[in-house]
Design a protein around this ligand. Structure first.
Ligand code: ADE
Length: 418
């Protein structure tokens, strides 16, 4: 078996970590048991480009038990848990190509190696597999039935490919399932981003001016958890409706230019590029901490920060101290890569349970329906989303009420008024 991981000696620790995550993933566990019994993915080859974490390991195991031949590569050079990748190779016999801290060349080489699995299905987090297949590995297109996409940024990229009619196979937008983004993006990113910032810096959140750029589901989560930790949260958002929502959620809302002067900590979660720029750095206080939790490392203009600094040193792991010409210092966390996976462990397994249940069920859906689908981006079928919500509630031991026949009739009609 071909693979490239940091050190197989880490496998024992990784296996324990995978088992710990499994405890918190009952919905995926249910699918795992069913897959192991029915083998619905028998004969399917699958390439996955996901953050290599203990939660992802459980998804890979599920797909393998379902009969698929899987190969896994990382969706970010800094997010891999090296002990987990070792365990996947050693104990689960799943080929992994991922090393935390790999350079860009190795990152793309690893994607190529995972694609050598000649997939029928691709599973992306950020659309890198789709992008490489469409640009450099077009021969693979012949065999591909479809793909899935885990994150907002990837879905945006893929929708623009579909719009320009260059997308060559159907994609299921796992991110857009309610049981994904309402929980993973909001509660997952919210907690793990604050966790990553604290692990990297050991700052006290209470009383800080904490600036969140972007008020999508991730931004809402980060703002909520930062406030919970005692910070004074400022939201910067370009969409009027979202900005208004942030106001009524009780945050201060202002332009990033204004926030730049008063912020102690800045986090970008916009999915866009060049959000924090030279102008903002010039306005920042001495000691300002800047981090990103969006998918790509393009939200903070790091090249400008490099250029405008007279010196730079690593002061702690994942903390780079930049000294500006004025003598003021700015601290960049995790090279501007998603801080929740770089310095912490990503979203907790409880939410990844639903995200990855959507992934597994979407792979099965593609296998059954893929040939009938057009070269477009599709939502996760509503029944899958609802089933996952139902299973999650059940796993939490929660029973909810059902509509009575009278209520169902009332909701379906229009005649009855006061
Ligand atoms: N994205 C964010 N958190 C994650 C995790 N724990 N595993 C996989 N992908 C993630």
């Amino acid at each position: 078996m071909n693979y490239d991981v940091k050190d197989l000696a880490l496998a024992k620790k990784g296996k324990l970590r995978i088992e710990w995550a499994e405890r918190f993933m009952p919905v995926l566990g249910h699918i795992k048991k069913k897959f192991a019994k029915d083998k619905p993915l028998k004969g399917v080859k699958l390439a996955a480009c996901l953050h290599v974490t203990s939660e992802t390991a459980n998804l890979m195991e599920t797909l393998k038990l379902g009969g698929a031949t899987v190969a896994l590569t990382a969706s970010n050079p800094l997010s891999t848990q090296d002990d987990v990748s070792a365990a996947l190779v050693k104990h689960y016999k799943i080929p992994v190509f991922a090393i935390k801290g790999e350079n860009n060349r190795t990152y793309y080489q690893h994607i190529d190696q995972a694609l050598d699995n000649n997939p029928h299905i691709t599973m992306d987090d950020g659309a890198d597999l789709v992008s490489i297949i469409h640009s450099k590995r077009r021969k693979l297109l012949g065999e591909i039935i479809g793909g899935t996409e885990e994150t907002t940024t990837g879905v945006i990229r893929l929708k623009s490919m579909a719009k320009e009619k260059v997308l060559e196979y159907p994609i299921i937008a796992v991110n857009d399932a309610n049981t994904k983004h309402l929980f993973d993006n909001r509660y997952g990113t919210g907690q793990s981003t604050v966790d990553g910032i604290i692990r990297a810096t050991n700052i006290l959140m209470a009383g800080l001016n904490f600036v969140v750029a972007g008020y999508g589901w991730c931004g809402r989560g980060v703002a909520m958890r930062a406030r919970g930790a005692g910070a004074k949260v400022i939201v910067c958002e370009v969409e009027p409706l979202r900005a208004l929502e942030a106001v009524m959620d009780g945050y201060q809302v202002m332009s990033l230019k204004d926030a730049a002067r008063i912020g102690d900590v800045f986090v970008t979660v916009t999915g866009d590029k060049t959000v924090i720029t030279k102008d903002h750095f010039l306005r920042m206080k001495d000691g300002a901490i800047v981090a990103n939790s969006g998918h790509f490392n393009v939200e903070i203009d790091i090249p400008s920060l490099e250029k405008m600094s007279k010196g730079k040193r690593t002061i702690r792991e994942f903390v780079e101290e930049y000294t500006l010409k004025s003598g003021r210092k700015i601290y960049l966390l995790g090279e501007g890569r998603l801080i929740n996976l770089v310095a912490a462990e990503g979203h907790p397994a409880v939410v990844m349970d639903m995200s990855f249940a959507n992934q597994a069920m979407s792979a099965l859906f593609l296998l059954k329906q893929g040939k009938k689908l057009e070269k477009k981006v599709y939502p996760v079928p509503r029944e899958i989303d609802d089933d996952i919500a139902r299973m999650k509630l059940k796993s939490l031991g929660i029973t909810i009420d059902r509509l009575t026949p009278e209520q169902r009739k009332y909701l379906a009609g229009w005649e009855e008024g006061t």
